[in-house]
Design a protein around this ligand. Structure first.
Ligand SMILES: [Zn+2]
Ligand SMILES: [Zn+2]
Length: 168
């Protein structure tokens, strides 16, 4: 396969294999291009992969955001669209609408790693919320038990006042 050109530097990226997954790394800016599914696969194998990638690739050059505006997909050559990872994380990634590849700048690898960790922590919260909901449910059902007991005694009371065969 032809080497991909860095969306920023327009120079050939180097294919690097991690756990059998070939990602393209720019030798100048140390940005990483992930084809569709590659980032997910790597994170499943090694949750610290983004830190390793960031440590291994040291950029020679830095690009200002102004220069990054004209980024195009190294595969499809269509403009990449910048988006915030998980909508509100501090990580800005560039994705391709056509091939669904992701361009991650060197400094963003660490931020992405941190955002993923924050997400994991947030995901453990529903467990706590679930426990709270169970506790809440117990409280509610306790109230229901009391109400049921109250209604039962009320019925007993009424039954005593009304003769069992009152119509006769
Ligand atoms: Zn580059
Ligand atoms: Zn593309």
């Amino acid at each position: 396969m032809e080497p991909l050109l860095c969306p920023d530097c327009k120079i050939e990226m180097q294919s690097q294999r991690y756990y059998g997954v070939a990602v393209d790394v720019c030798p100048a800016c140390a940005g990483v291009w992930f084809d569709e599914g590659e980032l997910r696969s790597l994170l499943q194998i090694d949750p610290l992969i983004l830190l390793s990638l960031e440590d291994r690739a040291v950029p020679d050059v830095y690009y200002s955001p102004e220069e990054a505006l004209g980024r195009r997909c190294p595969r499809c050559a269509i403009p990449l669209h910048a988006y915030r990872y998980l909508y509100d994380s501090p990580v800005e990634l560039d994705g391709c609408n056509q091939c669904h590849g992701i361009w991650v700048e060197n400094g963003e690898l660490r931020k992405l790693h941190e955002a993923l960790q924050a997400q994991e922590q947030a995901e453990t919260q529903p467990e706590a919320q679930h426990r709270l909901a169970v506790a809440q449910y117990a409280i509610e059902s306790q109230e229901q038990v009391e109400r049921a007991n109250m209604l039962t005694s009320l019925f007993r009371l009424l039954r005593k006042r009304v003769p069992p065969f009152g119509i006769g």
